[in-house]
Design a binder for this molecule. Structure first.
Ligand code: ARG
Length: 562
């Protein structure tokens, strides 16, 4: 039924766990969403769906409610069997994608000779979680770290390097910890000193013409920045490696042929010296078609020219079926212009999905853009240092757990907290960075979930029985069970919508239902029937596995003792 439907329609379909179990174990709005594209009344679609989805081994009965919601009631024994199967499956019941795609995920994308700052954190952390989920589902993922490693600023940086080093230019002398200051000083010099600015402009031209000396210095600047960024990726437990770097410079040789091709196709025209493509979709403020410049009158290319070449490369050379861009919401118009040009030029066929997986800004607690006290950009490495020292202080209050390693706990809790705080909010909205909230051991936070996991694991150290066959009995067991079997569908939804917060909310929900179950249902207590004890241990085990895998897909570690 899904074939040929707009992916946006499919994305609107939801499967919920009704709060009131009188409405079933699952409910879906699928019939309401599909009614329009199918041109049929929702209740008629619901009836067809119910017939299609009937699975007597799993579903006891279904119910069509209201305008066309479908409620499913699971068979109790089916639930137990399904949970047992999930527990013994290394994939925890998550099926591989029936039609694996080649997905190019554009994320992180810091700029050379600049410190990676907090706004790159969002792209890096959210993009990396989605990458992990897509790979887990069997898609071929190509990580594309579209770093800002080309452009006129390199003339200024090279000229500045030369002068600092007294003619014998080398990037060796750049203080590793302070690229930002290096950049700032170069810029000041450029703005204040006309002779310096002239040299800088000469260096740009030399660099663009492949002058070996300029290229060598440019390479060093890129190398130093990326070495630093790589250390941050490792510290953050992000899966990006140097081979994923596909920066702007990579497309340099493709720009002239692309602009020529756009001209040949009649899309790009000369306009006052510049080369422009007129939009068919967007208008300028005078109501005329918007002119998108792809080559400046001085012959230089722009950020969007690179992105046009980049789409062409990703589709034609990398064979992408889906292009994902994790950049902040302000780049929406830029991307839409690029895609429009690519569609009209035939670089982007019907079968390729493009999506701007936009995110909002990172704000301080005062609701203003997140800055240092002095008003500067916050360095990511400083931020992570602070997270670790705050966690150490909190752990000192709690006392080191037996068998735990303080350094390891502090590191994983701090990194987990920072990442989870970002991941757990709907990425579309702005996000308020709040230390107290993210480091709390209560609520929807990484420390809470990491701790919940270690508590579930600790049950096994006291148990006399082994986990066995699951029999879902009490209401608390039923609720937990119904949530656990929903794991595969949540993972699928995260991949489709590129929304890791859905997985966070799910794992948090599971942890809460587990706590309720654990309070109400003795697991290892003296006097509990051994068969029930084994069943409950199996529920504990599956819960632990799902929390661990859920957090793992988000890029967050768990520790046995904490
Ligand atoms: N380097 C850019 C920035 O810092 C982000 C690049 C996003 N990707 C792209 N293909 N334009 O804002």
């Amino acid at each position: 039924m899904g074939a040929g439907l707009d992916p946006r329609v499919l994305r609107a379909i939801k499967v919920d766990l009704p709060k009131d179990r009188g409405h079933g174990d699952f409910a879906t709005n699928a019939a309401l969403i599909l009614a329009k594209p199918l041109g049929q009344p929702p209740r008629a679609v619901a009836e067809r769906l119910v017939a299609l989805l009937s699975d007597p081994d799993l579903i006891a009965r279904t119910e069509i409610a209201g305008p066309g919601f479908i409620n499913f009631f699971l068979r109790e024994d089916a639930l137990s069997r399904r949970l047992g199967a999930m527990r013994s499956d290394p994939r925890l019941g998550v099926p591989l994608a029936p039609r694996p795609q080649t997905v190019v995920v554009d994320y992180s994308a810091p700029n050379v000779a600049k410190e990676m700052a907090v706004h790159h954190l969002r792209s890096t952390v959210i993009g990396d979680a989605v990458v992990r989920v897509l790979e887990f589902l069997g898609h071929k993922v190509i990580r594309a770290n579209h770093i800002g490693d080309w452009g006129t600023q390199f003339g200024m940086l090279i000229a500045f390097l030369e002068q600092r080093e007294g003619g014998d230019a080398s990037a060796q002398g750049i203080p590793l910890g302070d690229l930002e200051a290096f950049y700032r000083e170069a810029k000041r010099r450029y703005d204040e000193d006309e002779a310096f600015a002239r040299t800088a402009r000469e260096r740009v031209v030399a660099l663009q013409h492949g002058d070996p000396h300029c290229l060598e210095m440019w390479r060093r600047l890129v190398g130093i920045t990326m070495e630093q960024d790589q250390r941050l990726y490792e510290r953050l437990d992000v899966t990006l490696t140097p081979k994923d770097t596909m920066g702007e410079s990579m497309y340099n040789d493709m720009l002239a042929p692309v602009v020529q091709d756009l001209r040949d196709k009649g899309l790009a025209v000369d306009d006052g010296g510049a080369v422009v493509v007129y939009s068919e979709r967007s208008r300028n403020k005078d109501g005329q078609p918007l002119g998108i410049i792809v080559q400046k009158s001085d012959g230089g290319y722009l950020y969007n020219t690179t992105d046009v070449a980049c789409v062409k490369y990703r589709v034609e050379t990398l064979g992408a079926d889906r292009l994902m861009y994790f950049t902040d919401s302000r780049q929406r118009q830029h991307l839409e212009e690029v895609w429009e040009i690519c569609r009209r030029a035939g670089y982007l066929g019907e079968g390729v999905e493009t999506e701007h997986d936009a995110f909002g800004m990172m704000l301080g607690k005062d609701g203003r853009p997140f800055k240092t006290r002095a008003g500067g950009t916050v360095k990511l490495s400083d931020l992570l240092d602070e997270a670790e020292s705050r966690v150490r202080a909190l752990l000192a209050e709690r006392g080191t757990p037996e068998g735990g390693n303080l350094d390891e706990i502090a590191h994983h809790v701090a990194i987990g907290a920072v990442k989870y705080a970002d991941l757990s909010k709907n990425r579309v909205t702005d996000y308020v960075f709040d230390w107290d909230q993210m480091l709390s051991f209560d609520g929807n936070t990484a420390p809470y979930l990491q701790y919940a996991w270690s508590r579930v694991r600790s049950i096994f150290r006291k148990a006399h029985e082994q986990p066995g066959e699951i029999q879902v009995g009490t209401p608390q067991e039923q609720e937990l069970a119904a949530a656990l079997i929903n794991f595969p569908s949540v993972v699928g939804e995260v991949a489709q919508k590129a929304m890791p917060h859905l997985l966070c909310a799910y794992v948090y929900g599971v942890a809460g239902l587990f706590m309720r179950f654990y309070e109400a249902c003795p697991v290892t207590k003296e006097g509990v029937d051994p068969a029930i004890s084994r069943s409950r241990l199996a529920l504990c085990d599956l819960t632990a596995k799902i929390i661990e895998r859920g957090l793992g897909l988000l890029g967050i570690r768990v520790m046995e003792h904490m």
